[in-house]
Design a protein around this ligand. Structure first.
Ligand code: ADE
Ligand code: ZN
Length: 347
């Protein structure tokens, strides 16, 4: 008798992940293991105590803990282990292509050389390509609570590695640090051939999204969910198919919306925006990319067609070549149309 075909989760559909901070993938278990081998003392006594501390009331309260966790990372091996662990998990959830943020200033400000950070992460990307056939790109983020001069210095440090870094982004504390503060460094990055993206409209107002588009000339907006407050902006994002890399569980954990049922993702999707679903900082927010997809699927009653659309959007919004986009999109379509599929909620 032939065995029953294995059922697979709708949310594990082939997809790209376009918004994940590699430092935000450091699970407490690995944080403790690295702290132990590097003899770094943490403010917490146990993995359980760390998890209990992950109760955030806004973006800043999360960032304070996130920067604390990153202090254990000292050597190439640490950056490799963290990145390889994330890629293995992402692969198990159907991620075929990942565009990964890293925050060099979080480390160079602690006297960790730029090349230590870069080499450790890059080695893991090559490992994942060999082991899983996954493709990856790196996006170097500037910390917006620091100065433009610091960002310019970081850009200069990245130039020897330019061919391996697809783009630059902007992250960290949004309120009070509008995109206009970084016009010069983004112009210089573009002139060096980097693509640009920026976090905007996560906690910050819609005007920050307008600035990111018009002053920083970004190809995508990270989060962007507060665009829902400005109908002209929603119309522009739809008309120009400017992607939003939305992170639903993050938005709930950081109190951008009080519950997933209030999340505007479905409204934005239905308004014709190129919305994608991503994990942001999965070790801190309680889920990886498929977990995010599954959560919105349940809370917003998404159909198979909606989930497929989100997967296709992720390839459309990615920085991969057109031929590869078409190949991966066909895989997503085939997956959703396959007979042995169960809806996540039936699982
Ligand atoms: N850095 C890591 N996660 C972030 C987020 N959600 N917003 C801004 N900066 C971040
Ligand atoms: Zn983010």
């Amino acid at each position: 008798m032939s065995p029953e075909p294995a059922l697979h989760r709708l949310s594990d559909v082939p997809k790209a992940e376009l918004h994940v901070h590699i430092e935000g993938t450091l699970e407490p278990e690995l944080m403790f293991a690295i702290a132990r081998r590097n003899k770094v003392s943490l403010a917490f006594q146990s993995v359980e105590q760390v998890r209990q501390a992950y109760q955030f009331h806004n973006l800043q309260s999360f960032l304070d803990i996130y920067y604390e966790g990153a202090r254990v990372l000292l050597f190439e091996q640490d950056f490799f282990d963290m990145t390889a662990t994330y890629l293995e998990k992402a692969h198990s959830q159907g991620v075929r292509h990942a565009e990964i943020f890293f925050d060099p200033q979080t480390h160079t400000d602690r006297k960790i050389p730029f090349d230590v950070v870069f080499n450790g992460i890059q080695a893991a990307l090559l490992w994942a390509r060999q082991k899983f056939g996954m493709s990856c790109a790196l996006i170097m983020c500037f910390l917006r609570h620091l100065s433009q001069e610091s960002a310019l210095k970081t850009l200069k440090q990245a130039l020897p590695f330019k061919e391996y870094i697809a783009g630059v982004g902007l992250d960290s504390s949004e309120l009070g640090h509008p995109p206009e503060k970084f016009q010069k460094v983004f112009a210089r990055a573009r002139s060096e051939g980097f693509l640009t993206v920026a976090h905007a409209g996560e906690e910050g107002p819609p005007s920050y999204i307008w600035q990111a588009l018009d002053l920083l000339k970004v190809s995508r907006i990270d989060h962007g969910v507060r665009c829902i407050e400005d109908p002209h902006l929603v119309a522009r994002l739809a008309e120009e198919r400017i992607p939003l890399t939305v992170c639903p569980l993050s938005n709930i954990k950081l109190k951008v919306f009080s519950s997933l049922s209030e999340h505007p993702l479905k409204k934005l999707l239905d308004s014709g925006l190129c919305v994608t679903v991503n994990s942001d900082d999965p070790a801190y927010f309680g889920g990886y990319v498929s977990d995010n997809l599954q959560a919105v699927e349940a809370a917003l009653a998404l159909s198979h067609h909606d989930v497929l659309k989100l997967a296709l959007n992720s390839f459309e919004a990615s920085f991969i070549e057109a031929e590869e986009k078409a190949r991966l999109s066909a895989h997503a379509l085939e997956y959703v149309e396959s007979a042995d599929l169960v809806k996540d909620t039936e699982n």
